[in-house]
Design a protein around this ligand. Sequence first.
Ligand code: S3P
Length: 463
Amino acid sequence: MRPTPATPAPLTTHPGPPLAGRVRPPGDKSVTHRAILLGLIAEGETRVEGANPGADCAATLACAGALGAGVTRDGGAVVIRGTAGRLAEPAAVLDCGNSGTTLRLLAGVLAGRPVLAVLAGDASLNRRPVGRVVEPLRRMGAELYARDGDRLPPLVVRGRALAAIRYELPMASAQVASCVLLAGLAAAGETAVELPGPARDHTERMLPAFGVEVTVEPRAGAGPRLALRGPATPRATRLTVPGDFSAAAFFLAAAAARPGATVTAEGVSLNPTRTGLLDVLERMGARIERANQRLEAGEPVGDVTLTGPDRLEAFDVPAAWVPRLLDEVPAWVIAATAARGTSRLAGAAELRVKESDRLAALAANLAALGVRVEESPDSLAVTGGRVSGGTVAAGDDHRVAMAFAVLGTCAQAPVTVDDASSIPTSYPGFVAALAALGGRVEEGPGPGSAAGRRPAGNPAGTP
Ligand code: S3P
């Protein structure tokens, strides 16, 4: 887990040439969480190649270990000896760190298994809603308690026998859908979830690899209906995690923002439930090419090359597209600041309950850099123009920190992110990757403050 640093770790990016080159992002975070959790309850040894190395997935791995899985490393692979569904009762609070996916998916894993567990996280996670998983799990018969009238972590789960349900989700959340499906593995009969709109579909793509059949029924004008039959014990498998599109998104958006810039992201997930940002950037005028397309662990994967157009045009993102670029809105901002006109994003209230209130954080930081921005309860409007230098607040949110570090490459003067220590939540190699693409980045508070500067991509600060 990421320790709360005693002193902030500023990161400064200097204006420079357009980013150029190839980048191989870390393994997809959402896919890695699911592989670990299915490995935990599977029978046999699951081998995960290319797991995301960040703190969020490390938290999931540590929780899996505390629940009785054997966790070892073999070369680059993570190997999980499963419990065949017979979890050990954890002796201490399960620390989910900064990771909402860890906490919400684990709640589903635990609800139908006879152990008592307490799930909690860092200050940010303990402010994020859990009522959305308490509600369906209680309908299945689970016993759960949470702070603040069952709204906020810590979350206490006393596992017991569950009944299968049909659940209509009030929001298109993959975490909630996955939580209910994972609980359904321990319930007798058909558990079904109906999504009001599209959401990332990694759980239903991965379950068949673990020998669990899932029916996926598309529904016109709504999200899919997903169903599985329990009780079912997943069978261990081997899988390779695709590169994280959400990590590559910052560099792709920066390429869109600069005429002639070309960045290739290699081996990234091209799962259509995740690549809404590509559609948006294409509508804004960017040229996008996909190559080496293949399926890995049921996930579409390939290389994406994005070339910045001579002129990027503003584009209003339809609300229906937002779930497909949910985690890429901080990256979208980079392109929006470079576009001609005002780009709008609506129907995005969910962004207020991410690792930070992202609509507020993005709006405040853009305004601090002289960008015209308007925020409403569920929308953001960004007018393209000059981005001046300055200092922005990451708000302990890895995606906000990365977005503004990359935006600094396109600004008129250096941009300092006040504290970049959240970045390894998802992307420990981010600073080195930015530097390798030509980003002029230094670890420290930037110009006028020589103290504490370190060369880019050298976290230890040693030569
Ligand atoms: C995730 C689902 C999304 C996303 C999060 C990861 C997942 O959250 O924002 O970063 O892995 O299922 P919601 O389910 O809350 O929309």
